[in-house]
Design a protein. Structure first.
Length: 169
């Protein structure tokens, strides 16, 4: 508003007003992905992730690990977001971190750390991979391998059942 030869000063807030919560940003990201707007979706996921939204951190890690034609793959950043989600106790993030260390994605291959993450999560695939980790390499332990293979097989893991039959024959 301007008066003749005098300006009326408006007071500005010290911080910008936050329009969306992290959950809102996550929903905007999902809508953007549904419409094929991947860059915009990643932008919304980043905003929600920085706000501490665990599902956004996990999904952002997945998008950055895989990459698309619109989103460049950045496995180091994906590992960072997986670890942020894992610190909040997300079970799937612990599994993904274990896979990253098991396969050496974004980090050096480290079976000890992979075993640690696999043991924290409740996913059957992680329990089967524990059996695989104990079947070979520097952490070879036949009893632990048999235990985790049996654990996975009893709960319906098909590969665990096959591997258990292989070990017992």
């Amino acid at each position: 508003m301007v008066k003749r030869n005098r300006e009326v000063k408006r007071e500005r807030p010290e911080r910008p007003i936050k329009l969306y919560t992290s959950a809102d940003e996550y929903q905007l990201a999902k809508a953007s992905f549904n419409h094929g707007l991947y860059r915009k979706g990643i932008w919304h996921l980043r905003n929600a992730s920085h706000g501490g939204h665990v599902l956004s951190q996990l999904e952002l890690g997945s998008w950055l690990e895989a990459g698309t034609s619109s989103v460049l793959s950045d496995v180091n950043e994906a590992l960072y977001w997986y670890s942020q989600a894992a610190q909040s106790g997300n079970d799937f993030a612990l599994f993904r971190l274990g896979l990253c260390y098991y396969h050496g994605i974004g980090t050096l291959r480290d079976m000890k750390t992979a075993i640690e993450f696999f043991s924290y999560t409740s996913y059957l695939d992680a329990k089967f991979l524990l059996a695989v980790c104990f079947a070979k390499g520097t952490f070879k332990d036949p009893n632990a391998c048999l235990y985790w293979c049996n654990y996975a097989a009893k709960r319906g893991h098909a590969q665990g059942n096959f591997y258990l039959k292989y070990l017992l024959n």
